[in-house]
Design a protein around this ligand. Sequence first.
Ligand SMILES: C[S@@+](CC[C@H](N)C(=O)[O-])C[C@H]1O[C@@H](n2cnc3c(N)ncnc32)[C@H](O)[C@@H]1O
Length: 300
Amino acid sequence: MRTDGDSWDIVTSVGLTALGVATFRALETLDPEPMIHDDFAAWFVEAAGEPHFQQILGEPASAGSGGLFGRFMGVRTRFFDEFFAAAWQQGVRQAVILASGLDARAYRLDWPAGMVVYEIDQPRVLEFKDGVLAEHGAVATADRRALAVDLRDDWPAALTTAGFDPGRPAAWSAEGLLPFLPGSAHDALFERIDGLSEPGSCMAADDFGRGMDQRHFDMEEKFFGPNPFGNLNVHDLWYDDARAEPGDWLSRHDWSVHRVSPFDLAATYGRPITDLPSDLPAELLDRLQQAAYISAEKHR
Ligand SMILES: C[S@@+](CC[C@H](N)C(=O)[O-])C[C@H]1O[C@@H](n2cnc3c(N)ncnc32)[C@H](O)[C@@H]1O
């Protein structure tokens, strides 16, 4: 399904996954006790006109296993929101959102004065996003600089040309990204982040999908209901070639690493996930519990 240098728009291939996660952020925003507020997400779903996600937004009950998936998206979004807030409270004034997709943090977070937020994603994804935001007259709450560049290419050159200062600490996020990169680009991503990070920089990533194969996806569908992404098999878009383990790699390169499970975070956020099917196979439960959010700080 994937090829070197492949590209997509917002309704195809990896681009469609950005629309999918935006749909579940929109649903979580509509929850009576939402973990997050993303009022921009629904704009993107409406503008894209993709039937499966439009239907979910119009009829949340049709989301199937998306109900649970949506809760995980709420947890994930809040984790990254809090990560950026902690960074700016430490005085960091440049953020890099890698694979930004339809992430509207540059518009919805209360960034401090002087904050520059870089977003990196593929050209047609950013073109769609910018068009929708412009149509709605959205105004960024930071100095947003969107860079249309592939993360398998020389993105550090584009970033520094756009004004990123490697001499000052930065906050980096890689949310919903890692399995979509081939192993070489995945490992280069961490090396490049490290090379561009002054002490005091921080990064956050979700470490998911490793060791998940088609059997796990089939089990998920059996126990949780229809695929939240409709006919799109996300597993077909992932690479499962060899790659570094992100937490280990960062620890070995002078980053202090913290891992937290989405289950623990959900409980912290007051929405514990207590309704997993009791007959869930141990193997699948184990996989789900291995997913983690990583935050790391560079100490020298
Ligand atoms: C699941 S979406 C996550 C988007 C966003 N981080 C969020 O959580 O809403 C995956 C994103 O990764 C981007 N992506 C994947 N591989 C990429 C690459 N090689 N270069 C640039 N963007 C990439 C896709 O375009 C898409 O926006």
